[in-house]
Design a protein around this ligand. Structure first.
Ligand code: F6R
Length: 612
């Protein structure tokens, strides 16, 4: 969480920093700050509680400029959201620093620094870094060396950008466990937590590796690895446009991203399914051999990505006839897993920077898994770089904190994994492959068709606006979709929502059902439909209000207390999880708009959870 931006140039870089912060606001938005420097003048620092707009207002009240600067948007971990705790943090002699991550040994460092006479003005773990750099700088007289010495003493995760009045042309940046990208340009260079912050100023990027520290000047970037050896890192040309991370005519990023799903899914399938065949090579070099050897699958992810994995589990078992386990990364990383022979380790993540998922991957590497496969939306992310095999979802930048297009493209990628595994394991023959691939290719059109339900769902949303609770039900591969629907509703509307596999209802949650409890159900026409209908009867018998997204041939009819929303016809088993997600996203979105919540940046959350 938290976003950092920095720039060094010979022009005023304040507008670049502010625009960059706005583009990173999805990473955290409880306070923001900026510090700039111009040769011969002291560091200017402004901080404000709230979003970047509040920081902008504070700057407009007393404008200033700078040719070098650092900026930060915060998601509080240590210390409440307040101006005092907002970054940049400073130390003596004009040192200023921004930090993303968590320093685990900050208490010990703070105690030492207090003894040495340093005064702390915040409750953050970050301030110790600023003072420690100052302490080293007194000896080294060189910012780069001081930062290199300091980072060796830090336990935890960090992305840092530092400046000092003593070296008014130098930015020093460091990375361990949190992303840092350097944007290159003519006569000026930039730094940020991700490329989207810098797209208006450059398309050329260099990514720091774990443990790297870099000295960034307006005409040069010199990178050192964790051993202090100068290293070259590759330059990448980003294919993203500055507009790809803008919301255009849509009222919110989330709505734009919901509507982008047909294209995002089509792009994810492109070049990977050719004719009616799947190209396993799309999972990377060596994939075919690994898939052939796979005898079991362990999936690990967080939140929405975990829901995607939970759907895939049903398919991997049913279609590939392989054992499959799915775990939440924050739990998995502290387990001591028993690893059956030839188990493929699969991580799923939109950002590829989720701390728990990354930690799980690192644990898996020494636990004896066959290989690791990442399904991820960010090509240069840590997860991608650290995995043996990769399938990139091609959703494009997802800015709304509530994940939408990243989720459905993950499901599409996982469907491809199911086909690839099934084929290599001999569970799928050519005819079945053809059939499944044809179903995959139809998904973008089915999603397009489902999006046409938006006016109906907008009307339906009115019935949820004043509710305090909601239940979501599904069965089989659709029960994780019910969970995803409940998560979307709770995270952006703040209505308490729970999801259950419908058969579980009578084992407890049915006690909650009364006339005030809306029960949202996803009911495609599959072999569990009749079972699901019985569960719906159980709800109706207790006076619960049912909202059923149903196949037109499901035989579920509208009646008193039962609202049926007709979904597209003939959605197959393989397609249903993606298609039935769409109305649940739209429902959450329209309820949130009617409740006037902050749709794109819901309270207490952040997009990229780079801390544990
Ligand atoms: C919810 C949501 C989160 C993320 C979770 C994992 O809408 O977006 O639950 O899915 O924080 O993030 P990634 O997928 O980036 O690892």
């Amino acid at each position: 969480m938290c976003g950092i931006v920095a720039a060094v140039s010979s022009r005023d870089i304040l507008p670049v920093l502010i625009e960059g912060l706005k583009r990173l606001e999805y990473r955290g938005y409880d306070s923001a700050g900026v510090a700039t420097l111009t040769r011969g003048s002291p560091v200017r620092r402004v901080r404000a509680v709230g979003k970047v707009a509040a920081l902008q207002a504070a700057i407009s009240a007393d404008p200033f400029v700078g040719t070098i600067g650092i900026a930060h948007t915060r998601w509080a971990t240590h210390g409440v959201p307040s101006e005092r705790n907002a970054h940049p943090h400073v130390s003596q002699d004009g040192i200023a620093l921004v930090h993303n991550g968590i320093i685990e040994n900050h208490d010990a460092l703070r105690a030492e620094l207090l003894q040495s006479g340093y005064v702390f003005t915040s409750e953050t773990d970050t301030e110790v870094i600023a003072h420690r750099i100052h302490q080293h700088l007194l000896v080294t007289r060189d910012l780069l060396a001081a930062v290199q010495l300091t980072v060796r003493e830090l336990h935890g995760a960090y992305a840092l950008a530092v400046l000092t009045e003593a070296e008014p042309d130098t930015l020093v940046v460091a990375r361990s466990g949190c992303p840092v990208v350097i944007g290159l340009s003519d006569g000026e260079n930039f730094v940020a937590s991700d490329v989207s912050a810098l797209l208006p100023v450059t398309k050329q990027f260099m990514y720091l590796d774990e443990g790297d520290v870099a000295a960034v000047h307006k005409n040069s970037v010199v990178i050192y690895d964790s051993a202090g050896k100068p290293v070259l890192r590759k330059t990448h040309q980003s294919a993203l446009s500055a507009e790809s991370a803008e919301k255009g005519d849509y009222a919110h990023y989330m709505l734009k991203e919901i509507h982008e799903q047909p294209r995002a899914i089509a792009q994810t399938l492109e070049e990977r399914v050719v004719g009616a065949r799947l190209l396993e090579a799309a999972f990377g070099p060596g994939a075919i051999e690994m898939l052939q050897r796979t005898e079991a699958v362990q999936i690990v992810a967080c939140g929405t990505s975990w829901h995607a994995g939970s759907v895939a589990r049903y398919f991997i078992e049913q279609v590939c006839r392989l054992p499959c386990w799915i775990d939440i990364a924050s739990e998995f990383r502290y387990r001591d897993p028993v690893v059956p022979k030839n188990t493929l380790f699969v991580t799923i993540s939109q950002s590829g920077e989720t701390a728990d998922t990354l930690a799980a991957l690192r644990l898996a590497k020494s636990a004896g898994y066959l290989a690791s496969l990442a399904i991820c939306n960010v090509p240069e992310s840590s997860l991608v770089r650290e995995s043996d095999l990769v399938m990139l979802t091609r959703a494009g930048p997802e800015i709304g904190v509530a994940s939408t297009k990243a989720f459905t493209t993950q499901l599409a990628a996982l469907n491809m994994l199911v086909i690839a595994l099934g084929k290599q394991r001999g569970a799928i023959d050519q005819t079945r492959e053809r059939h499944l691939v044809e179903r995959l290719i139809e998904i973008p059109r089915l999603v397009e068709e489902t999006l046409k339900l938006e006016p109906v769902i907008r009307e339906l949303a009115k019935r949820f606006v004043d509710k305090r609770h909601a239940l979501f039900l599904g069965r089989g591969a659709l029960s994780p979709i019910a969970m995803e629907g409940a998560l979307k509703l709770k995270e952006i509307t703040y209505i308490h929502a729970e999801a259950y596999a419908a058969g579980e209802l009578k084992h407890g949650p049915l006690a909650l059902v009364d006339a005030d409890m809306p029960v949202v159900t996803v009911a495609p026409n599959n072999d569990l439909l009749e079972k699901l209908k019985s569960n719906l009867q159980e709800v109706r018998a207790r006076g619960g209000e049912l909202y059923v997204f149903a196949d037109p041939e499901s035989g579920i009819v509208e009646s008193d207390g039962v609202t049926v929303i007709q979904m597209p016809k003939h959605v197959s088993y393989f397609q249903a999880p993606i298609v039935y997600t769409i109305p649940l996203q739209l429902l959450a979105y329209h309820v949130a708009v009617m409740r006037d919540t902050d749709v794109d940046q819901p309270r207490n959350l952040a997009k990229s959870v780079t801390v544990e």
